[in-house]
Design a protein. Structure first.
Length: 220
């Protein structure tokens, strides 16, 4: 598995490589210290399967860099590894299409867990940071294509619970364990809430849930 690690500090790159070795036996690292180096590697190696990137790197310019990555390389999953532990940075990153956000203060077990999730096709967002967020009118954006959607009030309490846990970065399997449901039942709830809210796919549902920062509703 080819993974690009983009960070201007070699110590961080080396640390991430050591952690990745514990997650993937077929790990093949590529390294970049600047955004231009990153772009060159991505253009030369179209089979890179994941990119770990710092928001603060020469030439990257934080969210402008993420926007360019998603525009030029939309098929390559991106995980942010950042010194920023502000919920707004996490939500902004998610809104730019990343599948994971790892604080640089995270310990090896937390990083291993996050990378294991993204490599298995899930998402990984820092629950402890997201739980600091408060729902506000400014963050509660409506789905762009959802003019006919009924809105949050149309959701059942269980669907609100599922949406809230999606917003905290939990995978479908973890949600099933948290709510003591089967994974199939969780998928049904996700499908129902997506239909009601006018969301196109699960990725959009996750982005919407995190932006909304919806608190868990009480069970019926």
């Amino acid at each position: 598995m080819k993974i690009l690690i983009a960070d201007d500090h070699w110590v961080v790159r080396e640390s991430l490589k050591q952690v990745m070795k514990k997650v993937s036996r077929t790990f093949e690292p590529f390294e970049a210290a600047t955004f231009e180096e990153s772009l060159q590697i991505l253009r030369e190696h179209g089979d890179i399967e994941l990119m770990l990137v710092d928001l603060i790197m020469p030439g990257f310019e934080e969210f402008a860099g993420l926007k360019r990555l998603r525009s030029e390389f939309p098929e390559i999953p991106v995980v942010v590894v950042s010194v920023h532990e502000d919920v707004e940075y996490v939500i902004q990153s998610i809104n730019h299409g990343v599948i994971g956000y790892i604080p640089k203060t995270a310990g090896a077990p937390e990083i291993i867990r996050a990378l294991t999730l993204v490599l298995s096709g899930e998402v990984a967002f820092p629950r402890q940071i997201l739980e600091r967020s408060r729902p506000t009118a400014e963050r509660a954006e409506r789905p762009k294509e959802g003019g006919q959607a009924a809105g949050i009030e149309s959701l059942t309490n269980r669907e609100r619970e599922v949406l809230g846990l999606l917003g905290k970065g939990l995978s479908a399997a973890r949600i099933a364990r948290e709510l003591r449901l089967s994974p199939h039942t969780v998928r049904v709830h996700v499908g129902n809430l997506m239909r009601k809210l006018g969301l196109k796919d699960r990725s959009e549902a996750i982005h919407y849930a995190v932006s909304l920062a919806l608190p868990n509703a009480k069970r019926r």
